[in-house]
Design a protein around this ligand. Structure first.
Ligand code: PLP
Length: 491
């Protein structure tokens, strides 16, 4: 079946002029223009992604991503089981400057720098905004100690209201840096002093700063494949050349015969998304290699607090002599994501450059949030909260594994020793079909194949379970168990 307005849809993509835009962005730009100039009217139904993909010769993933982007921007409304519709009325104010439909790349070139365009072309990395089975990676905010947090906040506001309203140290408050350093030394085997800790808004900011400060366009960066999209976007935005390396049961498989990279990005404790731990032998080899070749290693220790069957391996940073590894951690998983506090532990030589660079960007994290987090840690609440959440999430992981074993014979869990999400592999050529069907039941099934950037990709899902109560997990798996594999799926 073809779309009902083939000319309109085919016309959308006839842009042949060279542009720095990816296909998804070109399709988004074309659809935005068509909506804003009234070609697509308020309420009009957009073609199904499969059909538009067929008509335009694009992959369905590209069309799906473009629709999701336009939904996030408010141009399109999507209703499960009904379709996608234009959500805004064209008006003079909305109408684009007169130009042919696909000249938006030219406009973008006129407005954005090459660096800016490169950044936009990465597509960014958006986290889920609401609670939904099985959206990835959120802690359980219903189990957060809200009353205690409120008490600590009120106390700080009563004690030093004015000091908390002033500008703060761009490296972060001393009390928080001390608490973080103490925690990392005792729990993660990190070798550091508070003077090496930089308090940031997110791991993403640490990645972005590393990219800006340490990489020149064209520099090689080794990344895990599959791996974390946020890291890839940060390095690609800086013009780096990403070199995807495979992952096996012992974590990243380094290839020391390749040209040495400028930077190596790793999630060694609990590889994102497969869950494997980097073996000691590879850790030692990588640290030694980085030293001999002058490479930086960025260690993203994003969720090591949540290993359920054993203690986490000590950090890779602890094996270094303090010169090559940048260690990154975040409170997004251990406390809550909108707190916007994360940290980097830096080699001494990088402290001043990084502090100055962060100052160029945004100054510092809100003082009140830092002070309350410091109190929460110093008074022992952080350790207690982690213990409780570990127990809670372990029971949810166990439940999900049991339900998958009983109800989803086509889903094979990979390493499930920890984390807030669980990775399952699926028969090849089934992921997209099953994901579409799952979304008709209101279930998100974040894609594993989308996390590959090399030549091969395995089908699978990354199922976030930590924020879901048992009943929510049971209902969602019951719905998934009714799905049928598509015909072309193969083991
Ligand atoms: C590997 C990895 N690093 C970092 C983060 C996010 O941390 P932040 O919110 O501090 O940017 C995530 C979020 O899912 C992640 O999976």
């Amino acid at each position: 079946m073809k779309t009902s307005q083939p000319n309109l849809w085919m016309g959308l993509m006839d842009a042949t002029e060279p542009s720095g835009m990816g296909l998804r962005e070109r399709l988004c730009a074309a659809l935005r223009d068509a909506i804003r100039d009234g070609t697509l009217k308020h309420g009009a139904r957009l073609p199904a992604t499969r059909i538009l993909a067929q008509d335009l010769g694009l992959s369905r993933v590209t069309v799906e991503a473009a629709y999701a982007q336009l939904e996030a921007e408010g141009y399109v409304m999507r209703r499960i089981g009904h379709g996608s519709f234009v959500a805004v009325q064209a008006s003079t104010a909305l109408a684009p400057v007169k130009r042919s439909r696909m000249t938006s790349p030219l406009i973008a070139q006129a407005i954005l720098s090459q660096r800016g365009q490169g950044m936009v072309d990465t597509g960014g990395c958006m986290e889920p905004l609401c609670l939904q089975a099985f959206a990835a990676g959120s802690p359980d905010l219903r189990a957060f100690p809200h009353a205690l947090w409120r008490q600590l906040t009120n106390k700080r506001l009563r004690q030093t209201p004015e000091a908390l309203m002033r500008y703060g140290d761009p490296q972060g408050r001393e009390d928080l840096r001390e608490a973080i350093a103490q925690y990392l030394v005792s729990s993660r085997g990190v070798r550091c002093t508070p003077g090496q800790v930089l308090v940031l808004t997110s791991s993403q900011q640490a990645l972005q700063l590393s990219s800006t400060l340490l990489l020149d366009p064209g520099d090689r960066v080794w990344v895990e494949d599959p791996g974390y999209r946020g890291a890839r976007t940060a390095f690609a935005a800086g013009g780096a050349q990403l070199v995807p390396l495979p992952v096996d049961e012992q974590g990243l498989v380094p290839d020391f015969t390749l040209t040495a990279p400028r930077l190596i990005y790793l999630t060694p404790t609990h590889q994102y998304p497969t869950g494997h731990t980097l073996s000691l032998q590879r850790r030692l080899a990588l640290v030694d290699y980085a030293k001999r070749n002058g490479c930086w290693i960025v260690e993203d220790d994003y969720d090591s607090e949540f290993l359920y069957d054993s203690r986490p391996t000590p950090s890779l940073q602890g094996l270094d002599d303090g010169s090559r590894v940048i260690y990154i951690g975040t409170f997004s998983k251990t406390l809550y994501p909108s707190l916007r506090i994360a940290y980097a532990v830096l080699p001494e030589a990088l402290v001043q450059p990084m502090v100055t660079a962060r100052n160029v960007y945004d100054g510092h994290v809100a003082q009140l949030a830092q002070a309350v987090t410091a109190d929460f840690m110093a008074q022992g609440h952080f350790a207690a909260h982690l213990r409780l959440m570990r127990q809670l999430y372990r029971s949810r992981r166990d439940l999900l594994l049991e339900l998958i074993a009983r109800g989803l014979p086509w889903a094979q869990p990979l390493n499930c020793s920890g984390g807030l999400q669980l990775c399952v592999s699926l028969p090849q050529n089934s992921e997209l079909h099953l994901a579409r069907k799952a979304s008709e039941h209101g279930i998100a099934t974040p894609s594993l194949s989308a996390l590959y950037s090399g030549t091969t990709a395995n089908d699978g899902w990354i199922l976030g379970f930590s924020a879901l109560q048992p009943r929510e997990i049971e209902d969602a798996v019951a719905a998934l168990s009714k799905l049928k594999l598509p015909k072309g799926a193969s083991k």
